[in-house]
Ligand binder design. Structure first.
Ligand SMILES: C[S@@+](CC[C@H](N)C(=O)[O-])C[C@H]1O[C@@H](n2cnc3c(N)ncnc32)[C@H](O)[C@@H]1O
Length: 420
């Protein structure tokens, strides 16, 4: 029996190429910056089958390559599925006829109603003293102790005076209410709904007083930090939402086709691997640091789920970051579990007879040679395993192993050998 490199066969497949796409949130570990490199890796392992982004995060692959094939998106965090869908779903004619301003108009009357819960002491003037500013911050945070009688008050209650002001939170809740109502009244469909929620997440990211994640918000300890925080307190969620919806609408109608064969999961990667078709092309970009995404992005997870979660308590008090209580702890971010997590990843890929492109970063708990060795051991003789570096070098195990230790960013490529 003759075994030949699948690469020879795959040369006849058309090359995958990126489309331009709008980024919507700031995301730790996003591959937006090196997406052409990732796509080069995918071209090296293409099976011609479905593409599965197993850890899709802010969905840079769906954004840039989601028009090419049936695309399977997965991430343990639910917001990822929503963002990815906003890149893959063609906006309906009915939704495209609604303007961002039109949606904000509907939200305006809801915000006006909500404002009755916001005391005058919680309003942020454009200029004030540090002492007064901190009193305002306190008045905002106190809103967690109020009682609310309407259905949409999650952000006003739980997040006023954290990353956002009470007024910004009222806008976040009101926009969510309008999006849900439009869906309920069948003025939009579920894919359109995802696009609208993504635009709210965008507004949350750019109006929030942090660096784009929600691990910890800043305290106004000095005049200069107060001035900076107040810049964000003055930002308009409404304006950011409306502008993004208009620009996504234009992009969407130009670049997104009505392919309905895409699939969206919010599963653990091992469960997702059991659902993918045989001979898929799997892209895996797991976490590479000790920190958990479920903590860094808990606020958008809560916005998407809108489930009034219980908040984490420490020493009898709600923790400062107001994290969701039950949060996913990724094995890729836990030293004692990371080897097993990669082994299971390789096994799952092999069981589906798929090819794998795995992003590697030097922040990883495992170094590149160890990772390649693990891939060799787990995948066995039926796979070719090599690394592709950003400077386009292909490296296989055994040779140049020392050089591999210095690599900052690479792709581990595992291609199944074909039998004839
Ligand atoms: C490095 S980020 C992916 C970034 C993405 N490629 C991008 O460009 O935006 C890693 C992702 O893995 C997800 N994740 C962590 N543990 C997971 C698990 N057990 N199953 C599925 N996804 C997981 C995190 O939620 C996070 O979004």
């Amino acid at each position: 029996m003759n075994i030949v490199a699948s690469k020879e066969i795959e040369k006849i497949l058309p090359q995958l190429a990126a489309r331009p796409y709008p980024q919507v949130i700031k995301y730790m570990g996003s591959k937006a910056r090196i997406i052409d490199f990732v796509i080069e890796g995918l071209n090296n392992a293409d099976t011609g089958g479905a593409i599965c982004d197993l850890f899709s995060g802010a969905a840079s692959l769906a954004g840039s390559a989601g028009h090419l094939r049936p695309f399977i998106v997965n991430d343990i965090q639910a917001y990822s599925r929503v963002i990815a869908r906003s890149y893959l779903h063609r906006l309906s004619d009915q939704a495209a006829s609604i303007s961002g301003d039109g949606i904000c108009k509907l939200a305006h009357s809801i915000v006006a109603r909500k404002k009755k819960h916001i005391p005058t002491a919680a309003h942020y003037p454009e200029t004030t003293t540090l002492e007064k500013f901190n009193q305002i911050e306190f008045a905002n945070r106190e809103l967690i102790n109020y009682k609310y009688d309407d259905k949409y008050h999650l952000f006003l209650k739980n997040y006023s005076g954290t990353w956002w002001s009470a007024e910004q939170c009222a806008w976040i809740d009101a926009l969510r209410e309008v999006c849900d109502e439009l869906l309920e009244m069948e003025k939009i469909n579920e894919g359109d709904h995802c696009i609208l929620l993504t635009c709210v997440m965008h507004a949350m990211a750019y109006c929030g007083q942090g660096t784009g994640h929600y691990a910890q918000y800043r305290d106004a300890k000095t005049k200069s930090s107060m001035l900076d925080i107040n810049i964000y307190r003055q930002k308009s969620v409404e304006a950011y939402f409306s502008k993004k919806f208009e620009s996504i609408k234009t992009w969407n109608r130009r670049h997104v086709t009505g392919n309905t064969r895409h699939q969206f999961f919010a599963l653990d990667y091992l469960d997702a691997l059991k659902k993918i078709p045989k001979e898929s092309l799997v892209y895996a970009d797991p976490p590479y640091a000790f920190v958990h995404y479920s903590r860094f992005y808990h606020a958008i997870e809560t916005f998407v789920l809108y489930d009034y979660p219980s908040l984490q308590i420490k020493g009898g008090k709600v923790v400062k970051g107001r994290y969701r209580d039950a949060r996913h702890q990724s094995p890729f971010s836990i030293r004692s579990q990371v080897v097993g997590a990669f082994e299971s990843l390789f096994e799952g890929v092999s069981e589906s007879s798929s090819n794998l492109v795995l992003s590697y970063s030097n922040a990883a708990l495992l170094d590149l040679p160890t990772m390649i060795e693990l891939a060799h051991e787990t995948l066995g003789a039926t796979y070719f395993v090599e690394a592709l570096t950003v400077d386009h070098q292909h490296m296989t195990m055994g040779r140049r192993a020392d050089r591999m230790r210095d690599v900052e960013e690479a792709l581990l490529i595992a291609r199944r050998k074909k039998r004839f």
